[in-house]
Design a protein around this ligand. Structure first.
Ligand code: GLV
Ligand code: MN
Ligand code: MN
Length: 415
């Protein structure tokens, strides 16, 4: 029996559905934010599967979890795959979860088929990809590759004042006895399987997307500082109304950015002080998520954000800053070709595709040759409780992942 035939579609699907019950919310969605008790429980479930399949389990100081199958030459740099177990507060069953569970199922198939491989293969569940509880996201992969220090990451707090460091201590207590491994262990290549989160593959009826790169992003914050005042007595000319000026600014931004081709501009979060009905607001902070495939255009749009704030805010004062900035990246051409070759061998139609969403594979691409495999998202819906991918596409993506991992684990050349 060929290796890909060892992938068990029913098992993989039922694992995905079981995992989705952890943090499950009404309507079929999932709220399993980073380092919460739900996310700890998701780790427990994956660990129980990994133990049953015979994988070696390790973790690092950033709360990344690794599941390993030893290769015949375990001192060679390893082949890594995986994604994340955290979700957005109104997330779905597949974003992140698919990549981790596809990796585990691929590992099970490799073990059961007794397929030989030179390099060890590890499946990773990265800590906090989504960045909704602790912003910005991709903390685990950033720590792994060293683009951010662990002390900087530990200091980040959620809205209630709990820090990543506090929760990582709890995680250590929750998972005693797991061997610790250092950051930055040598990786030959990283491949992340993920749902597309867009409409292209489904529309074209193609089960496999071979991802060529990820568009650049600026995650910004704008603070408008006014003054508390009585809503009934304070004349307009004496007010410094932070909501009034923030809303005018946001409106202008939507108008300006709606005319720029391929831009994705989102204000997804607003915090207001004191946020009561009869007091003129003294402070508004809003988020901007700005993305474009052309890094030059993105840089110009970031400047436009700053200019629009300066032009629009008059009575209040303002501050604009970036919490994360990343240019557009391209994945490794040999990794891309390896994935395409495997899809062809398996007779699965594939096409090259560019990623609008961010992924840990971005951070890994700074560190080692990297690539991604996409499977279709029904109606292109994601970050939504209705996120869905057909079981046949989950199977197809996992087969391609599995055989590509072995191919790369046995490859002799440099990527
Ligand atoms: C990841 O979820 C992103 O926001 O692109
Ligand atoms: Mn994801
Ligand atoms: Mn996501």
């Amino acid at each position: 029996m060929a290796l890909a035939e060892y992938i068990e579609s029913e098992r993989l699907w039922s694992n995905l559905m079981e995992l989705a019950e952890i943090g499950g919310i009404q309507g079929g969605g999932v709220n399993r934010q980073a380092l919460t008790s739900e996310e700890f429980a998701a780790r427990d479930l994956c660990i129980s599967w990994a133990e049953a399949y015979g994988l070696k389990i390790t973790a690092d100081d950033a709360g990344n979890l690794f599941f390993r199958i030893e290769g015949n030459e375990p001192n060679l740099p390893l082949v890594m795959t995986g994604s994340h177990l955290d979700t957005q507060p109104t997330g779905g069953k597949f974003d992140g979860a698919f990549g981790v569970l596809a990796g585990l199922e691929a590992a099970r198939a490799i073990i059961n088929s007794r397929t030989e491989h030179r390099r060890s293969i590890e499946i990773v569940a990265w800590m906090n990809e989504e960045g909704s509880r602790f912003a910005p996201g991709m903390m685990g992969s950033e720590a792994y590759v060293g683009v951010k220090s662990i002390s900087e990451i530990k200091a980040v707090k959620d809205k209630t004042g709990v820090s990543v460091g506090d929760e990582l201590l709890k995680l250590q207590d929750h998972l005693p006895g797991i061997k610790n491994v250092p950051f930055g262990r040598d990786v030959y290549c990283f491949i992340e399987a993920h749902i597309e989160q867009g409409p292209i593959l489904e529309k074209e009826g193609i089960p496999i997307g071979v991802v060529t790169g990820i568009q650049g992003v600026r995650r910004m914050r704008v603070k408008i500082i006014g003054d508390d005042a009585h809503a009934g007595t304070t004349p307009y000319d004496l007010r410094k109304d932070a909501i009034e000026e923030a809303s005018r600014t946001i409106e202008k931004m939507y108008t300006v950015f709606s005319t720029i081709e391929d831009i994705r501009f989102t204000v997804g979060m607003l915090t207001i002080e004191p946020n009561v009905p009869s007091v003129v607001a003294s402070e508004v902070v809003f988020s901007i998520d700005l993305r474009h495939p052309d890094s030059e255009v993105l840089l110009d749009c970031e400047k436009q954000v700053r200019d629009l704030v300066a032009q629009t805010v008059s009575k209040c004062s303002s501050d604009v800053w970036c919490i994360a900035e990343a240019d557009t990246i391209k994945f490794n051409e040999k990794v891309i070709s390896a994935i395409e070759d495997e899809a062809k061998h398996l007779d699965l139609p594939c096409r090259r595709i560019f990623s609008g969403a961010g992924h840990d594979a971005r951070q890994m691409s700074y560190f080692c040759p990297s690539g991604m495999i996409f499977v279709p998202s029904c109606d292109g819906v994601s970050h939504n409780i209705n996120e869905y991918t057909n079981q046949s596409d989950i199977l197809a993506g996992t087969k391609v992942l599995c055989t590509t991992l072995v191919q790369l684990a046995n490859m002799r050349e440099m990527l």
